[in-house]
Design a protein around this ligand. Structure first.
Ligand SMILES: [Zn+2]
Length: 318
C-alpha cells in the first residue's frame, strides 16, 4: 500500500513509506494513517469500491454479469440492484479499467497488428436523429486494434465514421506502441477503408510502416473474392489478414449486450458506450483465460491471470 493522498510527497510512490495501519471501518475495510501528510484513508481509496454501499462481491457480480451479454435490466432482475446503481458502478469500474489499461499498455511491440471498425449506435438510429441536440447520437463506429498473435486489444476508440475519429484512434495506438524505426518496423493490416492510410502516415514514421490491406469483393452480400494488397513498405502477403480482428469484434457483440444487433439493449448514452468498451478491454486482456493464459500474459505484461478482486482493489504504484 502507498499513500493515496494526492497532495502527499509519497503519493503512490513508496510501498509502506510512513504508513501505519489504523483499524478497520464499519464496512470492514482496512484504514491507514500516513505519518508524512497526516491523513487517514481506507484501502478502497482511489478504487471503484471507495465509499461504496455495495460490498466488493456484489460489485464483482455486476461486472461479471455485464461481460456475459446481460443487459442492465437483466442484471437488475438477477441481483435486485436498481438499474441506476448498476449503471453507476459500471461507469466507475469502466473508468478504473481505462486507467489500468493506460498504465499497463505502454511501449508495446509494433508487430502484427490488425485494425477494423464495427457499427453500433447510441440512443437512436441515424434516420431518427433530428436537430442539433441529436448530433452526437445515432451511428457510432468503434475502431479496434488487436495483435493477431497474442489477441491483446491494444486500443479502442469510437465516434462517427470520419477521418477525424480514425486519426484519434491511430494517435491512441501510437501512444501505446513502441515508436517503430526502420529496423523494428510496425506491421499493420486493415480492410479497404481508406481512412487508415492517412491516419497511420500521420502518427507513425512513414519509412517504418509495413501496411497491407485486405479488399473483399462482394456480390449480393456475399464475399466472392479477397485481394491482398501491399500499401506501404513490404509486408509479407501471408500476414495481410484481418480475420483475427473481425473474430474479435464478433466476440464483443457476443459478450456485451449493448453491441448485440437488433436488440433493445443498445447504448442510451455515449459515456456508457465508451465505459463498456473500457471494461471489456481490460477483462479480455487480463482476466479472460484461454489455454491457461491471458493476452496480457502472452505479451509479458503480467505473470498471472488476474482475478476480478485484484482488478477492483488495485492501486497504482509509481
Ligand atoms: Zn501521505
Amino acid at each position: 500500500m502507498t499513500c493515496q493522498n494526492s497532495e502527499c510527497d509519497f503519493f503512490l510512490i513508496e510501498e509502506g513509506k510512513d504508513l501505519i495501519k489504523n483499524g478497520r471501518n464499519s464496512a470492514g475495510n482496512q484504514q491507514y494513517f500516513c505519518k508524512h501528510c497526516r491523513t487517514y484513508f481506507t484501502e478502497t481509496k482511489n478504487t471503484p469500491l471507495y465509499n461504496s454501499r455495495l460490498g466488493r462481491q456484489k460489485v464483482e457480480r455486476i461486472c461479471r454479469l455485464s461481460q456475459e451479454k446481460i443487459s442492465i435490466r437483466g442484471i437488475n432482475r438477477v441481483t435486485d440492484h436498481h438499474p441506476a446503481t448498476i449503471i453507476r458502478y459500471l461507469r466507475l469500474v469502466g473508468e478504473h479499467a481505462k486507467l489500468l489499461t493506460s498504465h499497463f499498455l505502454q511501449d508495446l511491440d509494433s508487430d502484427r497488428i490488425e485494425m477494423d471498425e464495427f457499427w453500433s449506435f447510441v440512443k437512436k438510429k441515424n434516420k431518427h436523429c433530428e436537430g442539433p441536440y441529436d448530433q452526437s447520437y445515432g451511428d457510432r463506429w468503434t475502431y479496434t486494434a488487436i495483435r493477431s498473435t497474442t489477441k491483446l486489444m491494444i486500443a479502442h476508440h469510437s465516434g462517427k465514421r470520419t477521418d477525424e475519429t480514425c486519426n484519434q484512434f491511430a494517435y491512441l495506438c501510437s501512444l501505446r506502441l513502441r515508436i517503430p524505426e526502420s529496423s523494428a518496423r510496425i506491421s499493420i493490416a486493415t480492410d479497404g477503408n481508406p481512412q487508415y492510410l492517412t491516419a497511420l502516415q500521420k502518427h507513425f514514421p512513414k519509412d517504418s510502416i509495413d501496411y497491407g490491406r485486405v479488399i473483399k469483393q462482394h456480390k449480393k452480400n456475399r464475399v466472392v473474392g479477397i485481394i491482398r494488397e501491399k500499401v506501404l513498405g513490404n509486408p509479407p502477403l501471408a500476414s495481410i489478414s484481418t480475420s483475427v480482428v473481425e473474430g474479435y469484434n464478433n466476440k464483443i457483440r457476443q459478450r456485451i449486450s449493448r453491441f448485440a444487433r437488433k436488440t433493445a439493449s443498445f447504448s442510451k448514452t455515449i459515456i456508457g458506450h465508451i465505459r463498456a468498451m473500457d471494461l471489456f478491454q481490460f477483462a479480455s486482456n487480463f482476466i479472460d483465460v484461454k489455454g491457461g493464459m491471458t493476452p496480457a500474459m502472452r505479451e509479458g505484461i503480467t505473470d498471472r491471470v488476474w482475478k476480478w478482486q485484484e482488478f477492483l482493489t488495485y492501486h497504482f504504484q509509481l
